[in-house]
Design a protein around this ligand. Structure first.
Ligand code: NAP
Ligand code: NAG
Ligand code: NAG
Length: 304
């Protein structure tokens, strides 16, 4: 055999192994309870309380309910007092768990001392960094974003800074107790550079890299850190699009994504969104980033 033969044989073998591994981890997703088992009491065993930022609506609200159902007391944070109290009451009545509310505007800089103060001494086992803002549901180029100055502050503070600050507050307790779960809400569209949602999607890349780096640093301490990156979930953020196979309800999304807690430092949270993630990544950038694609994307979203 000459050199080229050897080269192609090895190349072929490498490709088979690579896709074989990919395929087998995908197939495992169909039976999460078998492959990534966690006892029913898993979340409760992490600590007494869960903290959910942006917990009064959408995905955050669904996490708060689900974690309370699994036996944790919950602290929910968001801007609107009424909404917080309403959700707190609903959770308390339907699950019997305790709920604390903290009014906090994550667009602001100076809220973290207050949060730390109010939660001092609580045994916090689960932190869900969920708060996030999308500057505009209608896609737009960077400079055409409405209220750009304000949107920059919102995206950087809510999507990036809140996550880092909250981790700084709660990670030490988890490190000391040698257990804990941190979930950071990323987005499916962070898997490729995403024009027309540039600020939002790149803020989510920060979420993923930060999570993955921290997971490597703290896994030895018994702390599970995962970035959760859904595509469409029917909430206010995306104008309550009608749920279907691709656009999930917040409740369904949260329930399935929690089954994938043990798959690794990043999950799309479900089978359909995993496939979507692959598809998006296989479209050549030349096509995905072409002007025509961007224009038709804009038209498509406007119509919906
Ligand atoms: N929906 C999707 O399709 C989708 C897809 C991928 C990723 N995500 C991510 O999932 C997370 C949750 O999204 P969602 O769709 O559930 O959003 P949502 O329905 O709009 O809910 C956002 C929550 O955050 C609170 N909030 C918003 N801005 C805040 C601020 N400045 N300070 C404090 N609280 C604030 C809101 O309450 P107040 O307004 O009362 O403050 C609400 O409780 C985000 O990180 C988002 O990027 C969503
Ligand atoms: C949140 O803070 C930002 C920045 O200070 C401010 O512009 C916005 O009005 C605040 N929102 C609420 C609901 O307090
Ligand atoms: C979430 O972010 C925090 C810091 O903000 C980080 O410590 C943690 O590892 C991240 N977790 C995931 C799963 O990304």
């Amino acid at each position: 055999m000459d050199f080229l033969d050897v080269f192609f044989v090895w190349l072929g073998a490498a490709v088979v192994v690579f896709y074989g591994i990919k395929m087998s981890s995908f197939v495992k997703m169909f039976h999460p309870r078998f492959w990534f088992p966690q006892p029913a009491s898993f979340f409760k065993s992490m600590g007494e309380w869960a903290v959910v930022t942006g917990g009064s609506d959408g995905i955050g609200r669904a996490y708060s309910f689900e974690l309370a159902r699994r036996g944790l007391n919950v602290v929910i944070l968001s801007r609107t007092k009424d909404k917080l109290h309403r959700v707190a009451l609903e959770i308390e009545e339907s699950t019997g768990q305790k709920v604390k509310v903290i009014v906090a505007n994550f667009t602001e800089d100076d809220i973290y001392d207050q949060i730390e103060e109010k939660l001092k001494g609580l045994n916090i086992g689960v932190l869900v960094n969920n708060v996030g803002t999308l500057p505009s549901y209608i896609p737009s180029k960077f400079l055409q974003t409405e209220d750009l100055t304000q949107q920059i502050a919102q995206v950087i503070n809510c999507n990036v800074k809140a996550l880092v600050k909250m981790c700084k507050i709660f990670l030490p307790g988890m490190e000391m107790r040698r257990k804990g779960v941190i979930l950071n809400l990323s987005s499916g569209i962070a898997c490729v550079p995403c024009p027309m949602y540039t600020m939002y999607s790149s803020s989510k890349v920060f979420v993923e890299r930060f999570s993955q780096g921290l997971q490597a640093e703290y896994k030895e301490k018994g702390i599970v850190i995962q970035a959760v990156a859904p595509f469409g979930v029917s909430t206010a953020m995306i104008g309550y699009q009608r749920p279907n196979m691709v656009t999930l309800t917040a409740e369904d999304f949260v329930r399935t994504s929690l089954e994938y807690l043990k798959v690794g430092d990043k999950t799309y949270g479900g089978i359909c969104h995993t496939v979507l993630g692959w598809l998006v990544q296989t479209v050549p950038k030349k096509i995905l980033h072409s002007d025509r694609m961007q224009d038709s994307f804009l038209e498509y979203v406007k119509k919906r």
